[in-house]
Design a binder for this molecule. Sequence first.
Ligand code: AGP
Length: 612
Amino acid sequence: MRPFKTPGLDKTMCGIVGYVGHRPALGILLGGLRRLEYRGYDSSGVVLLNGKGLEVEKAPGKLSALEERLKSHPLSGRIGLGHTRWATHGGVTERNAHPHLSCDRKIAVVHNGIIENYAELRQGLRRHTFSSGTDTEVLAHLIEACYRKLGGHPLRAVTMALERVRGSFALGVVNADYPDLLVAARVNCPLVIGLGEGENFLASDIAALLPHTRRVVPLEEGETAKIDPSGVSIFGPGFARVKRRPLEIAWKADKALKGGYRHFMLKEIHEQAQTVAAEVQGRDGGLDDVRLPGNLQRVVVAACGTAWHAGLVAKTAIEELAKLPVEAGLASELRYGDTPFDRRTLTVALSQSGETADTLAALRLAREAGSPTLAITNVRGSTLAREADQVLFMRAGLEVGVAATKTYTSQVMNALFLALHLGRARGTLPRARFLELLKGFRRLPGQVERVLERTTEIEKVARKHARGYDFMYIGRRYNLATAYEGALKMKEISYLHAEGYGAGEMKHGPLALVDGRLACIAVAPRGRVTEKMVSNIQEIRARGGRVIAVATAGDRLVASVADRVLEIPACEEMFSPVLAVVPLQLLAYHAAVSLGRDVDRPRNLAKSVTVE
Ligand code: AGP
């Protein structure tokens, strides 16, 4: 196979699932797709191998459309593949949905990624009949051609085909001549194998495997695998056999169920008291197994979206406690910029999934320049976890909702712990203050619980403002991040116009937006900048804007200037992003529900952004 380092590569954000074993495969494949649907929901499809050969069913739209079709036409078989698609090449149509078949209908392929040289490969396959406009279909035909040339050898046919392919892919292949064999391969897109008893599984991520097994083997770059009911063989480049110990995953399968809540997002918001408690547990002594490098001169945090907001909290906290300059960079900018990385710069890559393309690219750039790297991620076995020098694992458990909620508060918690321990390691944080902050950490789970008790009040505010208002979220210092995050939550699930802004920047332009149709959410808990926030709130009110403040319980000053206050318990300013974001998550959630939005699967988005 080609070398796997292909900088600048684009990838699709699809989900793959595969099964081979003793049970009927269809239910297992559909269950897996349900858990992977957040990776893309433009179309879906399955292929099963049975006495009639390969049978395929696909449908454009959400998985429910495929399930509907399969009700009247169920497919049998004990081996098969499934796919859920986020379209890049080719429109959202049934014929472009995966799986794709070879001309003789004996080879089926599902693919997550992009085949960069598909046009050139297609030219060389002129005798083959193509039936879709996708890059993936070229793989089915190419593997077919190699299979014929080799006179058999399903695994070698795949590796031979992939030697000619440029791009990125995770793929699953079934071959009608081998009713007990799945072939898998990975270059630059995630793929994990799940180990069962007399059955084995394949999936884009662990979530799809949880109901069946917690023993997983992540495939690494450039590897292929032969998966049959009795075992799995992995091969590296050059067909060298690879031995890898399986990982035991602690996540529970029920995390992939709604547990009585209407949406995963609401369930995950409510889980935060437990996930914040999990982050606190056992963290007094150090940062798990992480050894912080000495002699640091600066820190660069690389992240995207919500994770970048947690990166902003990391910046403020590290600068306060460890007195180190921090650049919190958007990974998509860092990867094409000239930020100097060196041995004395600690690069912290923050990513829930550990698979975000831009964050991975920034990490690789930093590593190449000799910077020590630390990943903060939620997913064991993820690419980020494997490629970073050291890893701090978040303890949020599986998050299914596309909008990050509990993983945001977990990221913030880990960012704060990092700052705390950097402060201790550098001698800039006195022990007494360290112990005082630890006490504050321990109070957080109960305080999150208290914020969650105010759901009904927040729901009312959300219903009142969901129609007829634009939103402006403002904050300063630790809660500039909260303002950005609150606005992102609102726009991504309710599709309402919401902006996050530094409160001190309002006079530099955005104040012109203020009128009776603007709802301003001012994140103003007690801290160094509360009075500044109060002035900003007054300036907005004076111009006819409506202000809903997130403030510390009992803060009369903020209450006297805002139209409405959503209270959070008193805490150190540093901890306030953990508490202040919770009412904003609920606000966005209830606004979206009252507008009838698909909260867990917002339009145009996918949870793991493996496309740059
Ligand atoms: C936020 O709700 C989004 N899901 C998105 O901004 C996300 O945080 C971003 O894509 C980064 O994902 P990661 O943490 O998995 O890298």
